[in-house]
Design a protein around this ligand. Structure first.
Ligand code: GLN
Length: 199
């Protein structure tokens, strides 16, 4: 069984560790560069992407993260974590840098303010069963994708219909929403299968 790390700078780290625990997957927080040598895959949680970028710089994690991601370490970014993985962002803060790796343009806070947080059922390609009950909290959407990126999920109904909220490029997975908050482990299981090389 692989060990999955969860970036522990800020945000929903504990919730991701808990879901991995429910799945019986060894999981550890990642806060220092050497922690990255002990994990087979990494989750970048939701939270606040500008804060996470600043903390990543303070903990000397920016280049180690870029190197591991560039060398093929599987990674899954949720919400702010999607922004961190995006090669390009729109509506970022002044000088906001990302780690990159995922050939997408993510629009930050695209769905509106905190008070406009919402839930929606999303059919996620590769996740069987009922639509995934997805929680969006000041979430980004994927404005555009490069040709190596596969769209896994879009909003189905309403004024936001068609907005891309789940993508994959090789070992990199990203969702606009927060699967760690709903008690449904199916997307974590997909990522663990990716880390195992089984998905
Ligand atoms: N709006 C946040 C950001 O830009 C992301 C919100 C979230 O992760 N729930 O980083």
């Amino acid at each position: 069984t692989p060990t999955v790390g969860v970036l522990a700078l800020q945000g929903d780290t504990a919730e991701h560790l808990r879901v991995l625990g429910v799945l019986g997957v060894p999981a550890v927080p990642v806060l220092h560069p050497e922690d990255l040598d002990r994990v087979d895959g990494l989750i970048l949680p939701g939270g606040e992407s500008t804060t996470m970028s600043k903390l990543a710089a303070r903990y000397d994690l920016v280049e180690p993260l870029r190197k591991h991601i560039g060398d093929g370490m599987p990674a899954y970014g949720t919400c702010a974590g999607m922004i961190l993985l995006a090669d390009r962002i729109l509506d970022g803060a002044a000088d906001q840098q990302t780690l990159g790796g995922l050939d997408i343009t993510a629009r930050r806070n695209a769905f509106g303010r905190q008070t406009e947080s919402f839930e929606a059922g999303i059919d996620v390609d590769g996740v069987g069963g009922d639509p995934f009950e997805a929680v969006f909290i000041r979430a980004p959407w994927v404005e555009s994708v490069g040709e190596r990126v596969r769209v896994l999920g879009q909003i189905a109904y309403g004024e936001r219909a068609g907005r891309i909220v789940a993508v994959r490029q090789g070992g990199l997975l990203a969702t606009s929403f927060h699967p760690e908050l709903t008690g449904d482990p199916r997307i974590h299981r997909l990522f663990v299968d990716m880390v195992k090389g089984q998905a």
